[in-house]
Design a protein around this ligand. Structure first.
Ligand SMILES: NC(=O)c1ccc[n+]([C@@H]2O[C@H](COP(=O)([O-])OP(=O)(O)OC[C@H]3O[C@@H](n4cnc5c(N)ncnc54)[C@H](O)[C@@H]3O)[C@@H](O)[C@H]2O)c1
Length: 252
């Protein structure tokens, strides 16, 4: 893909310190975008910055905590202040862990909703005036957990279903004003996220089997980044409200 696909565009990517977010930031920068890279993990952000700058790209790292509404407001403000506009918002930061229903405390539930759902909503709200000016777009990373149930994964599944609902609602609300809002729904992706999953004791293994793809292995973060870039590109100009599955046949 040519390196000027996103020339003149500015992207804000959360979760940019690792996995899908890092690969997305690196790819958008390689294709000409200036990228605001945001994450709670400062050293991971430095790694992303190094990769982008080594490839002669332009990025601005900002540390933020997706748990905090004020931080979501701040990163849009700082990003626009730095680069003067916003064309692409990528809501990629997220957490996952598995629990039996009885283990789910108010704190656990709150943490999932604040990081996986509230932060994308606040960021969409803050970014929208800028995206209306540039006729830009939003891509939210949902999951196969956004389109079907998964045993022991209730907080994550609920947050990712809601994120897909948010995506479709905003896609409708802003379609006539030419701001596109899409989601990607990956199944298994080989990223550090999978190392952080806590598996509860005494689970029904047959139910857990449903989490695995029919195809061998898992997607790479680069493959998800490529779909992200496609959805932001002019090739996808008529795509809005989609929940783009990348799941190796998991949900067929
Ligand atoms: N890896 C998979 O199999 C998979 C599958 C479907 C969907 N997803 C989704 O893709 C997205 C990216 O996940 P990934 O696999 O690249 O994982 P990852 O762990 O590599 O990256 C997630 C990033 O989110 C950041 N983050 C977490 N909490 C944060 C907070 N409070 N504030 C700011 N940043 C925070 C982390 O620091 C990390 O850099 C997530 O939304 C995840 O739910 C992943």
């Amino acid at each position: 893909m040519s390196s000027d696909r996103f020339a003149g565009k500015v992207a804000l990517v959360t979760g940019a310190a690792s996995g899908i977010g890092q690969e997305t930031a690196v790819l958008l920068a390689a294709q000409g975008a200036r990228v605001v890279i945001a994450d709670i993990n400062e050293s991971g952000l430095s790694d992303t910055q190094r990769r982008i700058e080594e490839a002669s790209g332009d990025c601005a790292p900002i540390v933020f905590n997706a748990m905090e509404e004020a931080d979501c407001v701040r990163i849009v403000e700082q990003g626009v202040e730095r680069y003067g506009q916003l064309d692409i918002l990528g809501n990629i930061a997220g957490i996952v862990s598995m629990y039996h229903l009885a283990e789910i405390t108010a704190n656990i539930w709150d943490r999932f909703m604040r990081i996986n759902l509230n932060a994308p909503m606040f960021l969409c709200r803050e970014a929208m005036p800028h995206l209306l000016e540039t006729q830009g777009c939003i891509v939210n990373i949902s999951s196969t957990a956004g389109v079907g149930g998964q045993a022991y994964n209730t907080p994550y599944v609920a947050s990712k279903h809601a994120l897909l609902g948010l995506t479709k609602s905003l896609a409708l609300e802003f379609a006539k004003r030419n701001v596109r809002v899409n989601a990607i729904c990956p199944g298994a992706v080989a990223t550090p996220l999978n190392d952080t999953i806590r598996w509860p004791e005494n689970i029904d293994k047959a139910l857990v089997q449903r989490l695995f793809p029919e195809m061998e292995g898992a997607a790479t973060a680069e493959q998800i980044a490529a779909i992200f870039a496609f959805l932001c590109s002019d090739d996808a100009k008529f795509v809005t409200g989609a929940g783009w599955l990348v799941d190796g046949g998991q949900t067929i």
